[in-house]
Design a protein around this ligand. Structure first.
Ligand SMILES: Nc1ncnc2c1ncn2[C@@H]1O[C@H](COP(=O)(O)OP(=O)(O)OP(=O)(O)O)[C@@H](O)[C@H]1O
Ligand SMILES: [Mg+2]
Length: 414
């Protein structure tokens, strides 16, 4: 069987990783026959330019090239290959008396050189060694990358734990002065509203100023509430509770917001009468965040739909809106802390981060489906499980904790 003519494109089948380059067709044919008989099926090129064109296609690991070729010789080809893809190993074939060419080849980055007359078995040995060297280098790089990835995850886990401690400390500290500000402002409001204050100069302006204080205190309290929920140390507790009641309670808490925005909040019938196991406090906090986002994304006259039920051992709640939707590039970032697209002063970017974290601690997750112009659907999935059954490991946080506890980078499996 003859090998493919010089310059031929590789035949269909496994992609060749070996490229033979020589301007002597008979010599090339002989080598192709030798390698093909050993199941290697190399690609071939009759000069440097042709070889580079083939290499552009990728997938090659070892190039065997003659040094003496017209137009572009083996030394120049080696230099160009190393520029194009430094990983590819090059073995040069020099004329019998030209040891200097071989040395120059090594300087240009060649793996090794052999002199003519060539012993094909010897060449096969070199090709195999060169390929093994490449495999070892790749394996090493994979390990380094794997280690860097694990270290990054570990760092993220530690940062998150530190953030939790810090957040709860700050939130507690801020809650006290907030309460004082609120009470004092309430007292001032009360005094200003008394009949004897009727003619008090600039009374209206003072009341407006107090309204601003109330709104800001409300916002700051919202942030500390999120942070405290995120940093909660008490273990999740599951109680048996009516799903319908739980969902309606959460919807009730955002009803005012819905009314102010002129958005209809609708619970789609379906889950009535179902009893589930849930941690009501955490469940409510997650659902309120999802509902608030949906309401904030909706225009007046639109509807936000909620469905709740159980499926395959899980409590599944969906919040669907017909707002502007979420662009693809934002989808990956939604759950990052402080990611917000809302104007300054309106969004802190903590809602989804905290919610995903809470869902994670409960052994569940939040999924999102959305596209620009098509609204958004957020799905909360939580295990429907009595407290006696421990949550199986597998949540995001568990994975990070286990990575932290067993930080022994192993060879990644492909
Ligand atoms: N239903 C939705 N429709 C469109 N975009 C959404 C929706 N829900 C979330 N987003 C996007 O995700 C971002 C992050 O949401 P997240 O709830 O974490 O923070 P936020 O709402 O901006 O601020 P916070 O909830 O802390 O007040 C939002 O700023 C918004 O860009
Ligand atoms: Mg939000």
């Amino acid at each position: 069987m003859n090998g493919p003519p010089p310059g031929s494109k590789p035949r269909p089948g496994p992609r060749p990783w070996l490229l033979l380059v020589d301007d002597e067709p008979d010599f090339l044919k002989g080598l192709v026959r030798f390698f093909a008989a050993r199941g290697l099926g190399p690609a071939t090129a009759s000069d440097g330019g042709e070889a580079l064109a083939l290499l552009e296609g990728g997938g090659f690991e070892v190039v065997v090239s003659d040094v003496m070729m017209p137009v572009m010789g083996g030394l120049e080809l080696t230099r160009r290959i190393k520029e194009l893809e430094p990983e590819i190993e090059v073995i040069l074939i020099t004329g019998g008396a030209n040891v200097g060419d071989g040395v120059a080849g090594i300087k240009s980055g060649a793996y090794d050189y052999l002199s003519k007359p060539l012993e094909p078995e010897h060449l096969l040995g070199k090709v195999t060694q060169a390929r093994e060297k490449l495999a070892t280098a790749r394996e090493l790089r994979r390990q380094v990358e794997f280690r860097a990835r694990v270290e990054k995850q570990l760092e993220a886990a530690q940062r998150l734990a530190a953030l939790g401690t810090l957040a709860s400390g700050v939130a507690h500290e801020i809650n006290n002065p907030l309460a004082v500000i609120r009470q004092t402002a309430q007292w001032m409001d009360l005094v200003l509203s008394k009949p004897e204050m009727e003619g008090f100069p600039r009374r209206g302006e003072l009341q407006e100023a107090l309204a601003k204080i109330f709104a800001s205190v409300q916002r700051a309290a919202g942030i500390t509430h999120q942070l405290l929920g995120f940093a909660r140390q008490d273990p999740p507790r599951a109680v048996e509770i009516g799903l319908d009641r739980l969902v309606r309670e959460s919807m009730g808490l955002v009803e005012q917001e819905a009314r102010t925005r002129g958005v209809e909040l609708r619970l789609i019938p379906g889950g009535e009468g179902e009893t589930v196991w849930a941690d009501p406090g955490r469940f409510r906090q997650i659902l309120i965040n999802l509902l608030t986002n949906a309401l904030q994304a909706s225009r007046s006259g639109q509807t936000v739909e909620v469905t709740a039920g159980t499926k395959g051992g899980e409590v599944v709640v969906e919040v669907r809106d017909w707002g502007p939707g979420i662009p693809g590039e934002d989808l990956d970032r939604l759950f990052e802390p402080f990611f917000t697209t809302k104007p300054q002063g309106q969004g802190t970017g903590l809602g989804l981060f905290v919610s995903q974290n809470l869902a994670d601690k409960l052994g569940g997750r939040i999924e999102v489906e959305s596209r620009l112009g098509g609204g958004a659907r957020f799905t909360l999935r939580l295990p429907n499980r009595p407290p006696a059954e421990p949550a199986p490991l597998g949540g995001h946080e568990d994975r990070l904790n286990r990575a932290a506890a067993t930080f022994v980078p192993q060879s990644p499996k492909e």
